[in-house]
Design a protein around this ligand. Structure first.
Ligand SMILES: [Cu+2]
Length: 148
């Protein structure tokens, strides 16, 4: 009986070490006053096995979704995704023009230099609190090339 209990606790204690998440370059786009939404970007690496980002909850934000961008009929559309795959050892980049955290229902205007804290939930790794820095980013439309 005692041996079985010890075995059980050993498994519990070792499981968080199986999934290590490294977060880099977490930032949020600064918005002018009155705009209720913004986007968060970051780089995530799962070092100890495949994982998935399942959800994000951010301070002062009513609802945070994970979105991807699709190009259809010459239009760029945002679509919610249920999970973001994190293959082991691959730095998955959420950036302008692609995957992003969609922060909807801002309580306050995100001003350059301010910080916004989010809790990230993963399929395997424990919940991680990440501090996002508000930065002045150029709109992603500027990255499109127009040929005349
Ligand atoms: Cu979006």
């Amino acid at each position: 009986m005692l041996k079985q209990l010890f075995g059980f606790f050993a498994v519990l204690l070792s499981s968080p070490l199986m999934a290590q998440i490294l977060v880099e370059d977490a930032h949020v786009r600064a918005m002018p006053p009155g705009v209720p939404n913004t986007a968060g970007y970051l780089q995530i690496t799962s070092s100890e096995g495949d994982d998935q980002l399942l959800a994000a909850r951010c301070e002062g934000v009513e609802n945070t979704e994970m979105h991807t961008l699709l190009h259809e009929d010459g239009l760029t559309k945002m679509r919610p995704v249920a999970a973001i795959e994190l293959p082991q050892g691959v730095a998955v980049i959420l950036a302008q023009g692609g995957l992003h955290l969609m922060m909807m229902g801002l309580e306050a205007t995100p001003e350059v230099g301010a910080q916004l804290s989010c809790e990230l939930r993963f399929a395997k790794a424990p919940v991680q609190t990440v501090v996002f820095e508000v930065r002045d980013l150029k709109p992603s439309e500027h990255s499109h090339h127009h040929h005349h």
